[in-house]
Design a protein around this ligand. Structure first.
Ligand SMILES: [Zn+2]
Ligand SMILES: [Zn+2]
Length: 367
């Protein structure tokens, strides 16, 4: 068996090490080190004596964050790891915690003691990154995922917000890191609410389909999934937003954004203008589209087919009004005008038809 005290003595004959760095090499509790060293330690260069300074730096960085669990990471000067490796190679020391892991663990212990929060290696609420070279600490918090629904009772508001013209959505000083051009869309209003509630940086959406600027979204509304990025507050529930004919509800927290786009059916109301007489025979043909597949080619030239589950067509004040339940992904305006779709409405009525508006009456997920 190797005598650990002997190793320590032998190391000290060649190197100046602080108590903690020496104790680590002999895997014992901190040894009494006869030499007085502070900033001269060959491995840590004095950082072991400055753990409390690093702790303070960490606390300042965390000041605005609310969390229950944390993790500390660090960027170290390469020489620190290299010097420790050099000593370990020389004295054949193996399998012992290195300076980086020791220091971050020690810092974690002290932070835990000071704040009453716990270290979590798997899914910490916040991750602090200490940079020993720059003497700085930065914090990132774990994203929060939500599902919600929105309703639109007034026409004229876009679903998506245009990206910031300076950074094209990456996030910059001009847009306060949101990547957005403003907050005057459904997306913008939701992001603004999330920033107010979570003090987050930005948000990323997974939409469940889209509608026109001039569409209404009624009844239960359209669902959306959103990732709240770098939230400073996390134990809050954003309230519903009701403003200018818009209603947004945040329903519940989820684990992540959907991996692939969810499948759903929508019920829509179309108002269509046309350039000819629509006979009763035409109307019958339209109503016969119940349980029909509409075929068109996709971006890669592949054939796509979407179902019409229900359809009801009639003429109201010289306007063709259609109610239908369809698969997500059936492009409504093209289905009316006829662009590459079979069957389509223009073809059935025998003249050019244009979709004046379409409103979303229901959005329902299917498994
Ligand atoms: Zn040291
Ligand atoms: Zn920007």
């Amino acid at each position: 068996m190797v005598n650990t005290t002997n190793i320590a003595t032998n190391i000290l004959k060649k190197y100046t090490l602080c108590n903690r760095c020496l104790a680590r090499q002999s895997s014992r509790k901190i040894l009494r080190n006869t030499k007085k060293v502070k900033n001269e330690c060959y491995i840590c260069n004095g950082f072991m004596h400055r753990i409390n300074d690093l702790l303070e730096l960490t606390c300042i960085a965390l000041k605005e964050y609310r969390y229950k669990t944390f993790l500390i990471g660090a960027i170290f000067p390469f020489s620190m790891l290299e010097h420790e490796d050099e000593i370990r190679a020389k004295f054949k020391i193996r399998g012992i915690e290195n300076v980086k892991s020791y220091l971050t663990k020690e810092l974690g212990k002290r932070l835990g003691k000071k704040t009453g929060k716990n270290v979590d290696y798997g899914k910490p609420d916040v991750t602090v990154n200490i940079d020993l070279i720059k003497n700085s600490a930065t914090v990132r918090s774990r994203a929060i995922f939500l599902v919600g629904r929105y309703l639109k009772h007034m026409r004229g508001l876009s679903q998506k917000q245009e990206r910031c013209s300076i950074c094209a959505g990456k996030g910059c000083f001009q847009c306060d890191n949101t990547g957005l051009s403003g907050f005057d869309s459904i997306e913008g209003i939701i992001v603004k609410k999330l920033i107010d509630s979570f003090k987050c940086e930005s948000a990323k959406f997974a939409w469940v389909g889209s509608e026109d600027k001039n569409s209404l979204v009624l009844n239960e509304g359209r669902p959306f999934f959103v990732k709240v990025i770098n939230p400073k507050l996390r134990f809050v529930k954003p309230r519903s937003v009701t403003k200018n004919g818009i209603q947004i509800r945040f329903l519940k927290n989820i684990e992540r954004l959907p991996v692939r786009p969810p499948k759903f059916r929508i019920k829509v109301k179309l108002l269509i203008e046309y350039e000819c007489e629509i006979t009763n025979t035409c109307l019958e043909k339209l109503n016969d589209l119940n349980n029909t597949q509409v075929k068109f080619s996709g971006k890669r030239g592949n054939e796509i087919s979407k179902n019409i589950y229900k359809i009801n067509a009639n003429i109201v004040k010289n306007t063709l009004k259609i109610l239908m339940v369809i698969d997500s992904g059936l492009l409504i305006k093209q289905f009316v005008s006829g662009d590459g779709m079979t069957p389509n409405i223009s073809q059935i009525i025998g003249c050019k038809a244009t979709c004046r508006s379409f409103d979303i009456l229901n959005v329902k997920f299917i498994d």
